[in-house]
Design a protein around this ligand. Structure first.
Ligand SMILES: [Cu+2]
Length: 290
């Protein structure tokens, strides 16, 4: 398969951040009315996530089957405030896939941790489960399926989880979730078939523990260990000119939170952006415009 490596370029021009890629295989058209929306922001403390199948336009001319939380991949960006007692209900009303949600990097009680066979069984199709914990650690995290993750997360079952500290003040606060996609139809069909096979939908199994997916063989031939099947890079589930520009005002203090939900490094270039300060602080970069 032709290997196309696209570097995302997040571009600051004056007060506008935009992004583009150099995919020559897709037609250059204006924003399509069919473009599925970017992930919504849901504010806590009470959140409902509904797992469901769908399709998503990743780039102009590229629409692929996805598994989603609330209809988008990534799922909604969950924002809660420090100190809130969070209740997040996962509903599997019309979802054939069994899985729990794992709160990546966030210290939750063991019974809420979503590791099948270790801390929590998968939430079975047709069932619901409510995750309850106190948000006491501000920062940038994410949530994702932790069953057959190599396929389920790959097809979109993930989203951002942000714990805001009311003491921290920013004019703008944006989350950019990075991922890469294999848009080859035959590969996608093989993956969807694998995901819904009896072995994979057995909710009692331990196989969901394999997050890395780097050593797959036999049952999952499509996961090549050199990752060469990935041919489209996305920010918040969008590529090229479907990437939503981030509008900031001159002089604003802007916080950008980057989460890489994929396997590959992404190159982000801030072009023509006069960076007054770029400093790494825990899991964030602070960027000030002039
Ligand atoms: Cu994780």
């Amino acid at each position: 398969m032709k290997k196309i490596v696209l570097a995302f370029m997040a571009i600051f021009i004056l007060s506008v951040i935009t992004a583009c890629s150099s995919d020559t295989s897709t037609s250059k058209t204006s924003h399509s009315a069919k473009a599925s929306q970017p992930p919504k922001i849901l504010h806590g403390p009470n959140i409902t996530l509904v797992a469901k199948k769908g399709t998503q336009q990743l780039a102009n001319g590229v629409t692929v089957p996805v598994w989603t939380f609330n209809g988008t991949a990534p799922g909604p960006e969950i924002r809660v405030k420090k100190g809130e007692k969070v209740k997040i209900t996962l509903k599997k009303t019309n979802c054939r896939l069994p899985f729990p949600i794992h709160w990546h990097g966030y210290p939750v009680p063991n019974s809420m941790d979503g590791i099948p066979g270790v801390t929590q069984d998968a939430v079975a199709p047709g069932k619901s489960f409510t995750y309850e914990f106190t948000a006491n650690k501000p920062g940038t995290y994410w949530y994702h399926s932790h069953q057959d993750s190599v396929n389920q997360v790959d097809r979109g079952l993930y989203g951002a989880f942000i714990v805001e500290d009311p003491k921290e003040k920013y004019d703008d606060d944006y989350t950019l979730m990075l991922d890469e996609w294999d848009t080859n139809k035959a590969d996608i069909n093989a993956q969807l078939k694998t995901m819904t096979s009896k072995k994979r939908t057995d909710s009692s199994g331990m196989h969901g523990m394999n997050m890395s997916g780097m050593n797959m063989n036999g049952s999952n031939m499509m996961m090549k260990d050199n990752m060469s099947m990935y041919n489209l890079y996305t920010i918040n589930g969008k590529s090229g000119d479907l990437v939503r520009p981030l509008k900031v005002k001159k002089g604003d203090k802007v916080r950008l939170r980057f989460i890489n939900a994929g396997y590959l490094p992404h190159i982000l270039t801030f072009m023509d952006m006069p960076l007054k300060s770029l400093q790494r602080m825990d899991s964030l970069f602070m960027i000030r415009s002039r």
